[in-house]
Design a protein around this ligand. Structure first.
Ligand code: C2E
Ligand code: MG
Ligand code: MG
Length: 526
């Protein structure tokens, strides 16, 4: 039972694992894949953003070069007009002007401001190639706006920092443009935090974050860098939710698979399978029921009767023999009974050469010579005479007449007498039986039961006895339970009897004891 339970739980557990494992694996693989794609995509955004920072920077340089090429002094009307063109020509340039002596001098948007003495602070950074850069310089035209100003030789341009980072990105991922020599943020898109982005830049994007991926890119020509980030939208973001969902699916499908496995196992543990197991493990016993001479009470032989005790439960041979017949197990069962019978009785049979044991066979054992061969081989060297092993076959096993007749003849030729068991319960007519040569008829208990009773069926018993006499065979009366039956049978010339009046089927050691006791009395026992 415990074995059964553990098999069932094991199959349910296996079912669950079989369901959950592939699902979790595919989630994991899908998640890894999604993560890789997301990172690739983010890297592409970083590359695009770097190109933009370069573009803006080179536009500024180009604008300055154009301004430097304007003939005449700064702030002349021609100069201002030329600068207006520069602003118009370069998309990212918001204003362009002249500076000198730490002051703004003029620009197309401000006009000539030399008289106003607008201070221009020292540059935030100076590039190797002579450009001055003011990071986030307050624009004189506005109280709120801070521009990036790039200048050289008295000409400068103002650039809106947003120009560096306002890429078209539907996902609106935060972007930061950085001067990588000074580690200064040049521009931040909305939603980007300066410290966060700068930190990511310093870590080359390898930020340990559960919420964000980072990617960085660096310009090959200018000291410009870019940091971008994107939220982890991964499937496994909600790992516990996914786990719970798939665990539920796993348990349902696993339960289903487990149930199927259980049905399969139940079938394996079914009655035929258990019987097969018992036969192969020789867990089936053989008991022996005496057959006695009705005239003098002497025990002339025994019938081998199979016994199966399954976990303390007695199972009737009427049931499991039929199951064995239906499940191709009858041949191994017959072989086992023979083997155990010879094992247990050989000493007794050798010491009493006229004593015999009759073995019940099924129709399948009579269809071929297989069992006869097994029997002959088993008897070899035992000192047991063939006549001591008798074959009991029911009338029903004679149905396949041609095959059976031949096998029965072979048994008889080999010296094994043939008994017809349960005689009278089958359908055989006398004429039909006459076509077989048999040695003994065993009259079925149902007829013996009616002896000395007023039942209508009691008329059948004398007819059957008559029939046996006419066939010229000996008779064993089965199921003799009362003395009056013995009396009746002896009067009708029935030679042998078997029944609880004499003894029930018993183990070999009980039989030997019983034999020694009954021999001394030579009387039927109660
Ligand atoms: P069977 O061959 O006709 O065996 C006689 C049956 O009657 C046995 O039942 C026996 O215990 C029972 N019996 C004997 N005397 C009395 C009695 O006075 N009163 C009552 N009420 N019963 C009595 P069992 O052992 O239960 O066997 C039943 C049947 O199972 C057998 O009938 C036989 O057909 C079959 N069987 C038993 N052992 C084997 C075997 O080894 N191989 C095959 N193929 N069939 C077997
Ligand atoms: Mg029998
Ligand atoms: Mg019988």
């Amino acid at each position: 039972m415990i074995k059964r339970l553990s098999l069932i739980s094991a199959s349910v557990a296996l079912g669950c694992i079989a369901t959950i494992l592939p699902v979790l694996t595919s989630i994991y693989v899908a998640d890894e894949d999604a993560e890789r794609r997301e990172q690739d995509d983010l890297q592409q955004l970083a590359a695009k953003a770097v190109i933009r920072t370069e573009l803006v920077t080179y536009q500024a340089f180009a604008a300055i070069a154009d301004m430097e090429a304007v003939p005449g002094g700064p702030c002349s009307p021609g100069y201002i007009a030329q600068l207006a063109r520069v602003i118009f020509n370069y998309r990212y340039v918001q204003d362009a002007g002249a500076y000198g002596g730490g002051q703004y001098l003029c620009s197309p948007l401000m006009g000539d401001v030399r008289a106003q003495h607008l201070t221009m602070p020292p540059p935030s950074w100076r590039s190797n190639d002579g450009y001055l850069v003011w990071f986030r310089q307050k624009n004189p035209l506005s109280d709120v706006r801070q521009d990036i100003q790039i200048g050289r030789n008295g000409n400068y341009v103002s650039i809106d920092p947003q120009s560096y980072v306002d890429l078209i990105d539907l996902a609106r991922r935060p972007i930061a443009a950085i001067n990588v020599e000074t580690n200064t943020i040049l521009a931040l898109s909305s939603g980007a935090d300066g410290n966060d982005m700068l930190n990511a830049w310093k870590l080359a994007g390898h930020v340990n974050s559960e919420q964000w991926y980072y990617a960085v890119a660096r310009s090959a020509t200018r000291p410009l860098g870019v940091v971008v980030k994107s939220p982890r939208s991964s499937l496994l973001g909600n790992w516990t939710g996914v786990l719970v969902m798939w665990l539920s699916v796993g348990v349902i499908v696993g339960g289903l698979l487990g149930w199927l496995a259980f049905r399969q196992i139940s079938r394996q543990l079914s009655f035929p399978a258990t019987l097969e197991w018992a036969i192969s493990r020789r867990r089936i016993d053989v008991y022996f029921q005496p057959i006695v001479s009705l005239t003098n009470g002497e025990c002339v032989g025994v019938e081998a009767l199979v016994r199966w005790n399954l976990n303390g439960r007695y199972i009737s041979p009427e049931i499991f023999v039929a199951v064995a017949e239906q499940n191709r197990l009858i041949q191994p069962l017959t072989d086992l009974v023979l083997d155990k019978t010879i094992d247990e009785l050989s000493k007794l049979l050798r010491s009493r050469p006229s004593f015999y044991v009759s073995i019940n066979v099924s129709s399948e054992d009579l269809r071929t010579h297989r069992f006869l061969n097994v029997l002959t081989a088993r008897l070899g060297g035992t000192g047991i005479r063939p006549a001591q092993i008798r074959i009991e076959a029911t009338e029903r096993s004679f149905m396949d007449a041609d095959a059976t007749r031949e096998t029965i003849a072979a048994f008889r030729n080999a010296g094994h007498p043939i008994y017809i068991d349960d005689f009278g319960t089958g359908y055989s007519s006398l004429s039909y039986l006459q076509t077989f040569t048999v040695d003994v008829l065993k009259i079925d208990k149902s007829f013996i039961d009616t002896i000395a009773q007023d039942a209508a069926s009691s008329v059948v018993a004398p007819h059957i006895i008559e029939m046996a006499h006419e066939l010229g065979v000996e008779i064993v009366a089965e199921g003799v339970e009362r003395d009056v039956q013995v009396e009746y049978l002896v009067q009708r010339g029935v030679q042998y009897g078997q029944g609880w009046l004499f003894a029930k089927a018993m183990r070999v050691n009980e039989l030997i004891l019983w034999l020694s006791e009954s021999r001394s009395t030579l009387q039927p026992t109660n």
